[in-house]
Design a protein around this ligand. Structure first.
Ligand SMILES: [Zn+2]
Length: 145
């Protein structure tokens, strides 16, 4: 490893003797991964120096928009899950993992019921949107279905 570093984290390997930058560093096949080390001869002053390569990462992300079909599927699944929970509260009472939280079955059933109603409204809107698109002939172009 290097003992006395002369130039630090530069964009191109920089000759520590004369300061010339090696802008064609990517032509060195040895410099390919983080920690790669290579001794080269400076093309300008002809002295030798050693390069240590650092690679860093950066990331971009963006939201993936759901298609209408996916939105509908998600809402349908949520509704089915809520129905199951509501039915479970009716038949078995408050689930074990919620019993410690001092929630009574009546309150829980009301909460689930509200959620069911809200999800159902959402789903009806999505269905309406879908049939409008289907009627206007835009459905295939938009959702590819
Ligand atoms: Zn040099």
């Amino acid at each position: 490893m290097t003992s006395d570093i002369d130039t630090w984290q530069t964009d191109n390997p920089t000759c520590p003797w004369c300061g010339a930058q090696d802008k064609n560093w990517w032509e060195h096949r040895e410099l390919q991964s983080d920690g790669s080390e290579l001794t080269v001869t400076c093309g300008f002053c002809a002295k030798d120096y050693t390069i240590l390569m650092h690679i860093s990462y950066a990331f971009d992300t963006w939201k993936r928009q759901e298609t209408l079909t996916e939105e509908i599927e998600r809402a349908e699944k949520k509704l089915a899950r809520l129905d199951e929970r509501l039915e479970a509260v009716r038949t078995k009472g408050v689930p074990k993992h919620l019993q410690d939280m001092d929630i009574d079955a009546g309150q829980l059933a009301r909460d689930y019921f509200q959620d069911v109603a809200r999800t159902d409204r959402e789903l009806q809107n999505l269905y309406r949107e879908r049939s409008q698109l289907q009627e206007s002939g835009q459905w295939e172009a938009i959702d590819g279905n």
